[in-house]
Write a protein that binds this ligand. Sequence first.
Ligand SMILES: [Ca+2]
Length: 255
Amino acid sequence: MGVSSNSQLSFWQAYATEPAATGADGGSLEVSIDGGATWKEITAAGATFVTGNYNSSVGGEPAWQGTNASYPQMDQVTLNIGALAGLSRRFRFRFQNDSNVGVDGWHIDDVQVTHVLTPGICQPPPCALTGGSLCYFAVPPCRVLDTRNGDQGPAFGAEDRVVAVARKCNIPITAKAVAVNVTVTQPTSQGFLTLHADGTPPGTSTIDFSAGQTRANNAVSGLSVAGDGTLRILANMGGQSPSVQVILDVSGYFE
Ligand SMILES: [Ca+2]
């Protein structure tokens, strides 16, 4: 999995092993950062305990041994694993034992890792944006605006409207741009829409339409440099009191 600098790993465990005074039995948590080729005990690799630290060692590794505090109930273990940040991290629970005196063993449940990285495709930023490379993350197609709905209207007149995109449809507030499909319907006159991030709109059209026409087009639009997850839709139309219904679906974002 992809681990971030904010990731924590936690799990619940109950164990009863041959005790420390005589035994060579116990369990440790290990990590591989090279796809499983080599493994390290997790604190040796840089992780730190928040709760549930090891209480002994087995076979040269720090380990849990004897019985946990709540045995036979489980206790939770939590570690900060930000030091292991990167892709393709693997974790394993390693139990070492000798050939005599066996007890109950080791029970593990509810293994969780927080703040994992989502696989994405990194590429140069869309031409509408400047700056370093961004990564593209696909999301299931999802509607963020439909002005035909009473609570998302009214229909556009000739205007440059701010539309909130982030925090809907799996688009995070940290997104820099979005991939969208924009649809126009019921225009009262000919015109065009321009999707853009901020300020003065570029002199280009995202979608053109004539009166009464329903059309759709794909586009990538930057989001506001204010970081509030909004874009703007400029409706440029002729006629008297023009209007057009606008539908916006997202299919991905750049971050
Ligand atoms: Ca033993």
